[in-house]
Design a binder for this molecule. Sequence first.
Ligand code: GAP
Length: 509
Amino acid sequence: MANNEELFKKIISHAKEYGYIFPSSEIYDGLSAVYDYGQYGVELKNNIKNYWWKSMVQMNENIVGIDTAIFMHPTIWKASGHVDAFNDPLIDNKDSKKRYRADVLIEDHIAKIEDKILKEIRKASERFGKDFDEEKFRATHPRVLENTEKIASIQKRFNEALNQNDLGEVKKLIEDLGIVCPVSGTKNWTDVRQFNLMFSTQMGSVSEDSGTLFLRPETAQGIFVNFLNVQKTGRMKIPFGIAQIGKAFRNEIVARQFIFRMREFEQMEMQFFVPPGEELTWFEYWKEQRMKWHLSLGISASKYRWHPHEKLAHYANAAVDIEFEFPFGFKELEGIHSRTDFDLSSHEKFSGKKLRYFDAESNESYVPYVVETSIGVDRTFLAVFSNAYTEEILADGSERTVLRLPAVLAPIKVAVLPLVKKDGMPEKARLIIDELKNDFLCQYDEKDAIGRRYRRQDAIGTPYCVTIDNETLENDTVTLRERDSMLQTRVSIENLRKEISEGLRPLRF
Ligand code: GAP
């Protein structure tokens, strides 16, 4: 198997070759950290969004969805803290003139130490086989212990420096760790500076009346400023949630790792409004619900881990990330934050309008507290896609590349394939597509030998192939081939829809 970097390159080229993701503006040599979704990519992306929407909005009586504008009143971003504090610490290397996020340089350094620990664990686990006790090994092995302590002390120093906004100390940490620029190989660093990540633009045609607007860096604020609109018109009773899926924009300094960190991306966010004092109970509830959602996709639990935040944002009283093991290591996929009453209170202050909930039972009105779940559509896409990419050697020695996508998310659900282009088989295939296309996205393919057509569908990730052959014409049965096992069963056309539906049903959320 290829190493992770090579594997990641293969995944990126597979995504392009099979119409999932293209670099934006490719004929003009692309635009950094911006991507376009192709014909299969858009289907997978829509399926991810629908899967989330269904589980959050349609399966929860007390959550409703909205769709707010990308442009918003500029004062919103003052109230939310984004104008003053939505910054990344950046540092330049004077020799290569390359710019980096100081926190990412430090994280990468930590990841290298983590790698050393994992290598020791892997080696020991191979040596001791099933008797291996990882927990005990971590607690006793001298080199592992030394490296674990090293990581803890770097993190402590870094968090303290950030908490005190001591950028000089961040630079000193980079120097003390001996971090070099990956391009020039030198330690010739500038000072660390803060850089605001919001994109701005002008609204209005005449320069005197035009105002500076920001492209929203998160969808959440559209929910906060509509809190009362939704609560009143929907007669919502606390606790309740408002969900939204939409574009967000961030002028990321370090744009790399494909669609992991983009400048234009999509978020799926839900703000859950609760009485003050109940937020930490609801925080635990949503942590559990969200992890269940991920596991319902059938991806191994070992691919996910929790990352509690040690350094909390000024508005939060608890925060945790769900990290996923991407080909480049464990990284944030989703954030769950207890945001207190910070946003609503701040919008009250800046807008001069009351944003309170009147509780008829207690006869009290208060600013609700908020628990937020926030996940990137594109990052979920990358998680699902990279996890699905598999190269296999089959029993006959041949190779196949298969996308083992969760069936419920796969772009094409059924490929309908006449064995040959004659004897009425294409016509029969068309009839079957007409039967199925209302329920499943189908694809017709008659080109090339049947084996090659199966491989093509495997590479796209199609869970089912239906093959029409001579027997079909005699007794109305077809071959139903399942992608992962490659098992073929004979099924009557009458039962096809039922068989396929069962295979596509997700686990429970
Ligand atoms: N409203 C809270 C919020 O925006 P965040 O942790 O900054 O929190 C939430 O973002 C999620 O959005 C992340 O967990 C990630 O999945 C996604 N995300 C953030 N920045 C991204 C980027 N530049 N490219 C792709 N996805 C991104």
